[in-house]
Write a protein of this length. Structure first.
Ligand SMILES: Nc1ncnc2c1ncn2[C@@H]1O[C@H](COP(=O)(O)OP(=O)(O)O)[C@@H](O)[C@H]1O
Ligand SMILES: [Mg+2]
Lengths: 294, 266
């Protein structure tokens, strides 16, 4: 075999090897140092948050016994021995579950629409006024930072118990989260089509409609679907504070110790979320496929 | 007539276009030449106000274009169509929709946004495509076309604007020789048959000499040549292009290797 690469003599290659080993060692030290810092931070926050492992062990029994009772009918039998009795409220719960999904749907659609407007208005490549961008960014940030359940609490006080506060809460929080994502998607578009439309005399709105939207629509749809999945869970939770849907029923069952009702409602919610997730995931894959070909 | 007076564009401290003064009568086919970085694109983009001039004026038939804004500015852009090196089509829309972008200023936004183009607009767009021999591509997505086809779509978009001037920024720089000829022929045709003023940035001196009535040479943002193509001697061209001279000059002028020197293809 012919030697294609001659290794230089030791006195030449040694300094290179040493320099490499040193630089690798330096990198390793940095990583080790970081790991130690991380562990220390975890330990400190553990103490800071007064987490007591002993409590966990002593109370673990309550937790498991609660689960045990969740699977018991008030007759004392296991829930699965009498599914008809277990799901005695199927009709009523289904309607409430449907309401939860609808709250999430309307909230997501409204939030996504406002989010598109917010995303466009915060994009450096479309809006020249730094003041306007700053203002809209702060509004979006506010909507994003306040959890939907807090919005729901406020709106329940303002508008009373029902679906409306739920929709508003989800819409606002979704505007914040999607607005930021859409803004990032829009800032990364190809500006040539936008310039093409501008060059024909198209107005700013026409540039957004034809130069921007065709490029980002599939991304927007995909993010919105993902957000819809999240919002269905969110809508179920905010029902607990009186913002309509299945959550309202769930909290009553928990408070009144209707153990088998709690497990039945949770199971229905689980199945519903799983079905929606699977459906929207397939839709999103279809959208992405559309993206690459036609 | 298009009158450009001391037009200047600065980016930070450096001037891309520095006090350019030139006037162009209607119906002329003008080639703007010069090495890359000379300021050709910046000059053209200022003409239809895609770039804002830092100083100077652009006057079209007595109207100061540099002072226009809002609807009037958009109408100016409509009258002063732009063709780009990279075509700048909307890849995800079909060819007809792309051409119809040229009708935006003729259509209220609520109609165009919903793509409710009038029958007349669609007829005009199809007629333009037919003139460029690509009517059969009307339903294709723009990003599935070849470069030459895309540039012809862009020319159609410019045509349906019903412009008075057509600006073309290196329209053939991304195309092969055959497509370059098709596109340049198309520009020549709209210049000759509709009497439109055409301003065309060209990197290839060969094309510039073949198609243009008049050449305007730029270097470092300034006008350094203005005259008929015949007046542009190889010497002047070499000065204009510097190191790039060999690359832009007519292949016919370049020394052809003797047949004997080429390896035989046995
Ligand atoms: N947006 C911009 N920002 C900063 N400098 C620019 C910009 N556009 C062009 N320039 C500079 O202006 C000069 C002229 O550019 P350009 O008009 O594109 O030249 P040409 O089209 O003749 O190649 C170049 O030096 C370029 O770097
Ligand atoms: Mg250029």
């Amino acid at each position: 075999m012919t030697q294609t690469l001659a290794v230089p003599p030791d006195h030449q290659i040694d300094p290179l090897l040493r320099a490499y080993a040193q630089s690798v060692a330096a990198r390793r030290r940095t990583i080790a140092f970081g790991a130690v810092l991380l562990l220390a931070a975890v330990a400190l926050s553990w103490i800071g948050a007064e987490i007591d492992l002993a409590t966990f062990w002593t109370k673990l029994g309550n937790f498991t016994s609660y689960f045990d009772r969740l699977l018991q009918l008030d007759t004392g039998a296991r829930v699965w021995t009498d599914p008809v009795y277990w799901f005695w409220g199927l009709r009523r719960w289904s309607l409430q579950l449907l309401q939860t999904v609808l709250i999430a749907y309307v909230g997501t659609a409204t939030g996504a629409t406002l989010g598109v407007i917010g995303g466009v208005l915060t994009s450096r490549n479309l809006v020249r006024s730094a003041a306007l961008r700053f203002l809209v960014l702060r509004v979006l940030e506010f909507c994003r930072t306040v959890p939907d359940i807090v919005f729901a609490l406020i709106f329940v006080v303002a508008f009373g118990i029902g679906a409306l506060p739920g929709v508003l809460a989800i819409a606002l929080h979704t505007t914040g989260t999607l607005g930021k994502l859409f803004g990032e998607v829009i800032e990364n578009i190809d500006m040539k089509p936008v310039e093409g439309v501008a060059g024909t005399g198209g107005s700013w709105l026409a540039q957004v409609r034809f130069g921007v939207m065709p490029q980002v629509l599939s991304n927007i749809a995909s993010y919105t679907l993902l957000r819809f999945e999240i919002n269905v869970r969110g809508a179920a939770v905010i029902g607990i504070v009186g913002a309509g849907g299945i959550g309202q029923e769930l909290i009553v069952a928990i408070r009144k110790f209707y153990y088998s009702d709690v497990s039945a409602i949770l199971l229905m919610l689980l199945v519903c979320v799983m079905l929606l997730d699977a459906g929207s995931e397939r839709l999103r894959h279809r959208l992405l496929a559309m993206e690459t070909g036609r | 007539m298009l009158a450009v007076e001391s037009l200047t564009k600065t980016f930070g401290k450096s001037a891309a276009v520095a006090g350019l003064t030139v006037s162009i009568p209607r119906g002329q086919f003008v080639g703007v030449i010069g090495r890359s970085g000379a300021g050709k694109s910046t000059f053209l983009r200022m003409l239809n106000r895609l770039a804002e001039p830092s100083a100077g004026r652009i006057v079209w038939d007595g109207v100061d274009v540099t002072a226009l804004s809002g609807v009037k500015l958009r109408d100016w852009r409509r009258r002063c169509a732009m063709i780009f090196q990279q075509f700048n089509l909307i890849g995800r829309l079909d060819v007809l929709d792309n051409v119809l972008m040229g009708r935006l200023t003729h259509t209220p936004l609520w109609r165009s946004a919903a793509k409710m183009w009038s029958r007349e607009d669609r007829a005009i767009a199809l007629a333009a495509l037919d003139q460029m021999d690509i009517a059969q591509l009307a339903t294709q997505r723009a990003d599935q076309l070849s470069g030459g086809q895309q540039q012809r779509v862009a020319i159609c978009r410019a045509l349906v604007q019903e412009p008075e001037i057509v600006l073309a920024d290196e329209p053939v720089a991304s195309l092969d020789p055959r497509n370059s000829k098709i596109v340049m022929d198309a520009l020549l045709r709209i210049n000759r048959s509709f009497g439109l003023t055409v301003l065309c940035n060209l990197h290839s001196l060969d094309l510039a000499r073949t198609y243009c009535d008049r050449l305007v040479g730029m270097a470092a943002g300034r006008l350094v040549f203005d005259g008929a193509p015949e007046a542009l001697t190889d010497e002047v061209a070499r000065e204009l292009y510097g190191l790039e001279a060999g690359e832009v000059m007519d292949a016919g002028h370049a020394p052809v290797p003797a047949a004997a020197a080429l390896p035989a293809v046995a």
